[in-house]
Design a protein. Sequence first.
Length: 534
Amino acid sequence: MVKLEDPWESITNPENENAPKAQRMQLDGGETAAYNVQPKSSSMMLNADEYVIISDKAGNKSTRKGPVSFKPEYYGMVWGPKMKSILIPVNCYIIVNDTNNSAVPFRHVRGPRKFYPESFEVVIVNPAKAGMPFDNTHEKYHFACIHISIQQACHLQTKDGSVTLVKDPQFYMPLVGERVLAMVKLHLLLLTDFCIIKCWTGDIIVMNGQFKEHRAFFMNPFDEFVYFEGDSNDDGRYILSTLPQFLNHNFMIRTSDNVGVDMVLRISYQIVDISQFTSRPIQFVSLMQNYVQDEFLDRFAKINLREFMATFTAESQAAIDVINNYFLEYGIEILDVQILDFSCHEKKVDKMLEVAIHTTVTKSNQLRAVQNDVEIQEKSNEIMRKQKDLEVQMAMKEMDVKLQKVVLQNSIRIKEMDIQILEETKRTELLEVKRGNDLVEAEFKGRAKGHNLREFMDGIDKNLTTNEKMEVWMRQMDLKQSELLYNMVNEIRIQPSNASMKILNFVKPGELGSSAGVASTENYGFSYKNSKGG
């Protein structure tokens, strides 16, 4: 038995063919926007990125997120179709309209994240992507964050209406009520560059590349550069340089004999004082062209064509001082004014001028040829004179060298003689010293031997006679002599004292000596032969 307690409740048979189509699609899992009463046996599978909005009979709505198997908990629960969550990539955001919040109806949600809208929330489509085909249906909701780098910044208007400069490198997500007015790039200056900026407050700022903090900057909101025109049809420039510059200017003059001449000028200039120039900035390109043109018109209008051709370089150089004095008041120095080319405005005069120039050039070439011949002859004479002078100087140098050589040889010979005399003197002194040393040494040796003999005679047996003592002494000396000989030779032959021995040494023909050396010892009874066969 079932009793319907709510007047909005109804009983529906899902198998009935006459049941509404929306109800049957919802039971089968199809997508529909209608909310209906469902039987308790109905269920729905939700994936990880799917969700469904459910509502109870009191009208309270909530969001059921996957992954889950959704099944109604009681009769009277109503739910909508399965919907996919919105995937927000990194550095992107979406705008969500909260219809249930009247104080703050909009909010920004930044990625990366997966967003499940509530039943009262609506995701705003990006107007820039509306109507564009996308593979991902959620891409139309994405708003890109503002990329702030070291090369670009942005002027951001906040919700209170003020405008600020955002220049810290980041991916900036604007808050609710904020709006990007402009993206500004980084301005770079060289050491020789400068520019002038007009502030919205009326102040003038000069950015000078000589200072490190001025070489890289972003423009503040509502500030503007002061632009200066160039020598071409461009929009102008705002960065000026203190390096020497030049510009070309074409105009026509008329001489005193009413001949029109088309001139091509090159004006070289340089900004030498930045503070003086920025205190009184001028459009110096057009002013410089007009001032130089007026000065040249005044000068060349006082001379005829012939004088112009003879003195146009001197006149242009003389005009530099007058022009420079005027522009130095603005911090600009005129370095040079050159006439690159000129031609007569009328063809007839131009032809006559060509004939006159040809005649003048021919005469000048002939005169220059004669002058060159004279100059060549003078140089030849000068070279011959210098050659003669050089020969005389070389002969004098050779005589000086020979004289110096003879003097040097004599000096060397004298030095050699002095050295020989000194050497002989030293040798004489050496011989005298050596002779004295030999005498002293012999004296000491004699004294030593005499002392030894006396001590030997006194120390031997007193019963012996003097001759016996001398015989013992001589035998001792012979033993010492034998010891010395034994140490000096390799072979010793001993024989009786009454024996006689001869040693014959045979040598090869041609060698020195043909007879053998004979050594005998008749007194002491021994003989010897050295190792060399002597």
